[in-house]
Design a protein. Structure first.
Length: 455
């Protein structure tokens, strides 16, 4: 069945690289205020629909792109009752800061700077994308004005921007591996294993289990279909601590400089070289190219992780064909736990390739905060995002490993580099990434958005 691209918000398919400057406004609505509905209906007029977004020329000509999504508390503020909200999945109803979710995700919401249990509840997020910093600020001003006029307030704002060559702050090419929807518009040339059923992205569609991802129907209206769930996590990156640790722990091989050795070690944590080349294809030396190569597997080429460590970030976040019992089973299983990443870095870039910095006396805290606003879309928060975080990224028993987590985002500790003649084990790595706040949102289709505005 063809997807209704007129109804779906464009962020489902596009990351808007032609609009590199973003701002994310977290909004607290005024419940029962009649102006709230008018604001939602007005937002429906601003939101970029997926059918517009399919045309790159059209996107290039647009000054801006706008999207909107709601937390469960936000849907309640719009007029849905608690009973009605139970039609949504439990993890969404709980919200990211709920104790059970925090356990699954390894979070401490009491320490967050926004979205925590002691902070003003977040009801909605307005995602704004612009071509320049000035246009972004104008856009923010216009939307902040509309929010205020609706009796609501912005309780948190994050600005984010695409860094040169889409690298993240540690210095690695990010956003390469991206699944696509079989019947949807393709955004990238990707490997064949990356084509997914639409229910992995959109509510109310067939998923990778060949079942319909259930859509909440309320008061006789289908609110869920063509919507998608949004994971928002502000992850602070300690760039100097990361590269200091790489410098200190690297063991140069003959004819390798200390800098090259530290880049090789860092690449083994990530699973790719800074330019994006996968370690399974280039295990020994950085080929020094910018690439989006994504058509690779692990089981045959690298069954024991001697080319790309088994516990590296990319291998944990999407193990492809490497999980037991067999390659094909693994591909089927891992296809049910994918994410559509839409995040962007925030904060000042370090300026030059981070591995060339003199990191010995540089302090992450003193230099201003930087990191990644991690945004991911999925049809099921539990089966996709939470599963990846809990069962792969944070699992201390992932794929036969023992007592270690994702070396880049798992909070530090131990990391095993499988190599000949014996493996190398790094211990007591510091934490390189800290969670600062976040929330789960539901990004409705346009018809549902209009309906919500009329409640
Ligand atoms: C500051 C935090 C993070 C940084 C710096 C980071 C960085 C990276 C980089 C450099 C890559 C390789 C490039 C690519 O394949 O796109 C990657 C891949 C990936 N990351 Fe992250 N990441 C972060 C957090 C997360 C989180 C929280 C998740 C999910 C729980 C995640 C899931 C993924 C996935 C699914 C891939 C693709 C793996 C593949 O398909 O091979 N990342 N990340």
């Amino acid at each position: 069945m063809a997807l209704d691209l007129v109804d779906i918000q464009g962020l489902a398919f596009y990351a808007y690289s032609e609009h590199p400057f973003a701002a994310y406004l977290h909004v607290h609505l005024a419940p029962h205020d009649p102006r709230t509905g008018a604001w939602v209906r007005e937002m429906a007029r601003h939101v970029r629909r997926a059918h517009n977004a399919t045309d790159r020329g059209f996107r290039d000509r647009q000054r801006e792109t706008v999207h909107v999504a709601f937390t469960c508390a936000g849907l309640q503020a719009l007029g849905l009752t608690h009973q009605e909200l139970l039609a949504f999945p439990r993890e969404f109803v709980h919200g990211m800061n709920h104790g059970l979710r925090a356990k699954v995700l390894g979070d401490t919401p009491a320490k967050w700077t926004f979205g925590g249990p002691e902070q003003p509840p977040i009801h909605a997020i307005v995602l704004l994308y612009a071509r320049t910093r000035d246009e972004r600020d104008e856009l923010v001003q216009a939307h902040a004005g509309r929010i205020e006029a609706a009796g609501a307030r912005v309780v948190h704002r994050d600005d984010a921007h695409i860094l040169p060559q889409t690298h993240e702050h540690f210095g690695f090419h990010d956003g390469i591996s991206e699944p696509h929807i079989g019947d949807g518009p393709r955004t990238k040339d990707v490997g064949p294993e990356s084509s997914l059923a639409p229910g992995e992205l959109l509510v109310g569609h067939t998923d990778e289990y060949d079942q319909t991802n259930p859509a909440p129907v309320l008061r006789g209206f289908d609110v869920g279909t063509n919507g998608t769930f949004v994971v928002y996590r502000k992850l602070e990156q300690r760039v100097h601590a990361f590269w200091r640790a790489m410098r200190e722990r690297a063991r140069p091989r003959s004819q390798e400089t200390p800098e090259q050795a530290s880049v090789r070690l860092a690449a083994s944590l990530v699973g790719r070289w800074p330019g994006g080349a996968p370690l399974v294809d280039h295990p020994d030396r950085d080929p020094g190219i910018e690439t989006s190569t994504n058509d690779f597997l692990y089981a045959e080429k690298d069954p024991h992780g001697t080319r790309c460590p088994v516990g590296s970030h990319a291998r944990r976040a999407y193990p492809r064909d490497m999980l037991a019992p067999a390659q094909q089973d693994s591909l089927t299983e891992t296809s049910r736990h994918r994410l559509f990443r839409r995040g962007r870095p925030y904060g000042p870039p370090v300026g030059k390739p981070p591995w060339t910095l003199n990191v010995s006396d540089r302090d992450d805290d003193a230099e201003g905060k930087r990191g990644l606003v991690f945004i991911a879309l999925c049809g099921s928060l539990r089966r996709q995002f939470e599963f990846i975080q809990q069962t792969w990224v944070l699992s201390t028993k992932f794929a036969g490993l023992h007592d270690e987590r994702d070396p880049m985002i798992g909070g530090g500790g131990r990391f095993t580099v499988q190599c000949h003649p014996v493996r190398r084990c790094l211990v007591d790595l510091p934490s390189f990434v800290e969670m600062r706040g976040g929330a789960y949102f539901f990004m409705p289709g346009l018809r549902a958005l209009d309906w919500l505005g009329k409640l």
